[in-house]
Design a protein around this ligand. Structure first.
Ligand code: ADP
Length: 397
């Protein structure tokens, strides 16, 4: 079966077409600047040359039609007709408390995702636009929604209720949801597979460290706690997001700097983290470069990031009462040997020991723990699209 995986953003659309007989990617690509001037599609078919198509793309329906045209194009397409697409898997950011797993899309599911817009005002609307466009163009093809929040729904109440008046949880759904769930699920399953042990027998901490970063504590295959919360702002310090701060700081800064709600929101989401502390960049590569040239604040930002990772791993090991496996994934997790070494050095008290030579690499799947280490440490490149394709194939079968 061939499965189309879609990840719709407000002005972008990423896609991958999988052949599930061998899980190969037949083509992938990106539509950019939907609804804006200068919109374009970059289509990358496997074994054929990349195509860039510059054309007016006013909305998600046009974007998806364009993707389907590219996939079926006689020259640079990879399938002969749209009928070859057996199902479509959509990445949806917020599934609230309603969606605890991947779900076949029908009218009610669309209505439920729409009801969740207040919880993800920037992310769910483009997801819905993608679903609606696909349902109108491919009315007979099953559509599946895979939620970023779903894997974390196994968290117990003690992990997800905030120390706020309980009525806000009941009235507005203010609780911790967690994000990057598809990534945490993919790497935890993959780690168990590499080890050849059932997930149900393992205690794992998975670290998704990219522009946005989160850590999950997984016991017997179930998330027990995670660092992101009501929004992806909570937890670790990130590229441009503050992560945890004393909440009283927010009203204090608002008053001192005369900021509106929108401005303080932007401050916490776009001007903080590596960028805010270092003053250099939200991209760790640039911060590392500045630090190596002696930039004090750049080094401080890096040290703070490492320390927060260690802090949460320590807390989560205590919460799930042990650890068998530690996984690093995403842009920084996969590509920063310095980060992995610095973090693992602080975890030797857990009898976790890495092979520092084996750790010196970027972007591939590898075990980096030493033979005597009680805790197995893996670097596993994440693959959310493949997870979505697998879920979609399983559900429509
Ligand atoms: P997103 O959350 O946007 O998907 P990614 O998972 O792509 O982000 O991660 C982006 C982060 O990964 C950036 O901070 C970038 O600096 C970092 N990164 C990518 N490659 C490297 C590298 N070679 N060394 C250090 N950091 C890297």
């Amino acid at each position: 079966m061939k499965i189309l995986v879609l990840n719709s953003g407000s002005s972008s659309l990423k896609y991958q077409l999988f052949d599930m007989t061998d899980e190969s990617v037949l083509a992938k690509g990106l539509v950019e600047r939907i609804g804006l001037e200068g919109s374009l599609l970059t289509h990358r078919p496997a074994n054929k040359e990349k195509q860039v198509i510059n054309t007016d793309i006013p909305d998600h329906t046009t974007a998806i039609q364009l993707v389907l045209d590219a996939l079926t194009n006689p020259d640079y397409g990879v399938i002969s007709s749209m009928d070859e697409i057996g199902a479509v898997g959509h990445r949806i950011v917020h599934g609230g408390s309603v969606f605890t797993e991947t779900t076949i899309i029908n009218d009610e599911v669309v209505a439920e995702i729409e009801k969740l817009i207040p919880l993800a005002p920037l992310h769910n609307p483009p997801g819905i636009a993608g679903i609606k466009a696909c349902r109108s163009i491919l009315p007979n093809v099953p559509q599946v929604a895979v939620f970023d929040t779903a894997f974390h729904q196994s968290m117990p109440e003690v992990s997800y209720i905030y120390g706020l008046p309980y009525e806000y949880f009941e009235k507005y759904g203010i609780r911790r949801y967690g994000f990057h769930g598809t990534s945490h699920r993919y790497v935890s399953h993959r780690a168990a597979e590499i080890l050849g042990e059932p997930l149900e027998d393992l205690k794992m901490i998975t670290c998704h460290l990219g522009n946005g970063s989160s850590i999950a504590a997984i016991d017997k295959g179930k998330v027990m706690d995670t660092t992101m919360g009501f929004t992806p702002l909570e937890g670790l310090m990130m590229g441009a997001r503050s992560g945890n701060v004393d909440p009283a700081i927010i009203s204090f800064i608002m008053e001192k700097e005369n900021l509106t709600i929108k401005e303080v929101d932007e401050l916490l989401n776009k001007k903080s983290g590596f960028l805010g502390v270092s003053g250099v960049s939200s991209d760790l590569r640039n911060v590392e470069e500045a630090a190596s040239e002696g930039n004090y604040r750049a080094q401080l930002a890096i040290d703070m990031f490492y320390q927060k990772i260690v802090r949460f791993i320590g807390a989560f090991v205590a919460e799930i009462n042990g650890i068998d496996v530690l996984v690093f994934t995403a842009g920084i997790g996969e590509n920063s040997p310095q980060m992995r070494e610095a973090v693992c050095d602080k975890l030797e008290f857990l009898c976790l020991f890495i092979d520092k030579e084996k750790n010196k690499f970027r972007g591939e799947e590898r075990e980096i723990s030493r033979p005597g280490s009680k805790v197995k440490v893996f670097v596993i490149p994440t693959n959310e699209e493949l997870m979505i394709a697998r879920d979609t194939a399983t559900l429509v079968k």
